[in-house]
Write a protein that binds this ligand. Structure first.
Ligand SMILES: [Zn+2]
Length: 350
């Protein structure tokens, strides 16, 4: 039996203006020398705020570097070039920068500060980094961040589709947990009940106020963060990722231009929840309708051919990972619903 030894974030700040206090959050536990890794094309005002904040609280910015490539090779190179005396690593921005910063911090054994500028998926506080190794995508264990700093004002200024992506990644937890339970019944895959419960609970917590204002963003960020904690408790990605994530990973492989992660997982969760038949479909439908999720999907509709190929590829994406897709070919049902469901009108092109 696995004895969980979990490490959770010690510093969590979710409020407007949190970025301007980043220096304070580093200085308090005595972290005075920091490496900052940030996203490409980050608004200069955000970067300036981070820099000013560090100097205002007496924290030395040893180096600031833009991350353009989320690969293990790139992370190892940055580890080799780590300035002497670095006491903490901060990741500022989205996807790639946060994954690389988290992985470099894990390799170096340094505290990691996650500073997302949007809440578009659960990656800012998950215990793994999504990086390529020799060109192939891997999820590598890192542990959770030491600190999670979410400036609600900054995140509220992020484009609407990024918020919808966060909603889609959160809603996917309902199908993920259902798949986890299916895997238990079919294959005896161990389920950690607390992690499953926590994952479920985060979705309902968000649905209490699914708005794109600062309060809604705080709830979404909290929910996504607690999913990272559920993964840490479970010792696997099961509480946060099931068949809908397999389809999203497959789309990332087959599509010429993959959509935002959460737009893919949210749409897949909507379709798969109907096939799973565990009473989650109506809830997911309502959440996606209330948040106007489909508007962002319609802005850049999916290719039906990509989805057909992705659903065929999805069951073989991960070894020993039982989901609803392991039970039968789900595509004929999915294709029929895509054609007739009024919510999905305009979301797919032939
Ligand atoms: Zn996800």
């Amino acid at each position: 039996m696995r004895k969980p030894h979990i490490q959770v974030p010690e510093v969590v700040r979710m409020k407007p203006g949190a970025l301007a206090r980043l220096g304070l959050y580093l200085a308090r536990p005595g972290l005075r020398q920091v490496l900052l890794l940030h996203s490409q094309g980050l608004r200069s005002s955000i970067l300036d705020q981070a820099r000013h904040s560090l100097s205002a609280y007496g924290v030395e910015l040893q180096a600031a570097a833009e991350v353009t490539e989320a690969s293990v090779e790139n992370a190892v190179e940055r580890l080799g070039a780590l300035p002497k005396g670095t006491q903490a690593i901060a990741g500022l921005g989205g996807g790639k920068a946060l994954d690389v910063a988290k992985y470099v911090a894990a390799l170096a054994g340094l505290p990691y500060y996650a500073v997302p500028t949007s809440v578009s998926n659960d990656g800012f506080c998950s215990p793994q980094a999504s990086l390529t190794l020799r060109g192939r995508r891997k999820s590598l264990p890192t542990g959770l961040p030491y600190a999670v700093i979410v400036d609600l004002e900054v995140c509220a200024g992020a484009p609407v589709p990024l918020w919808h992506s966060g909603v889609g990644d959160l809603i996917a937890k309902l199908t993920a947990v259902t798949d986890w339970k299916l895997a238990f019944h079919a294959r005896g895959a161990p389920v950690n009940d607390l992690a499953a419960l926590l994952s479920d609970a985060t979705v309902y917590q968000f649905l209490a106020s699914p708005t794109r204002d600062e309060e809604g963003i705080r709830l979404l960020a909290t929910a996504l963060m607690l999913n990272g904690v559920a993964m840490e408790i479970a010792g696997s990605s099961r509480p946060a990722s099931g068949s809908e994530h397999l389809i999203s990973h497959a789309l990332d492989t087959v599509a010429a231009r993959p959509a935002l992660h959460g737009l893919q997982t949210g749409t897949a969760a909507y379709l798969l929840s109907r096939i799973q038949g565990r009473g989650q479909h109506e809830r997911i439908a309502e959440a996606l309708a209330r948040t106007r999720f489909w508007e962002s999907v319609r802005q850049a509709p999916f290719s039906l051919a990509d989805w057909r190929a992705a659903v065929a590829l999805a069951p073989s994406i991960k070894d020993d990972f039982y989901t609803i897709l392991s039970e039968r070919d789900c595509w004929p049902e999915m294709e029929a619903w895509i054609a007739e469901d009024p919510h999905l009108r305009g979301c797919f092109t032939p």
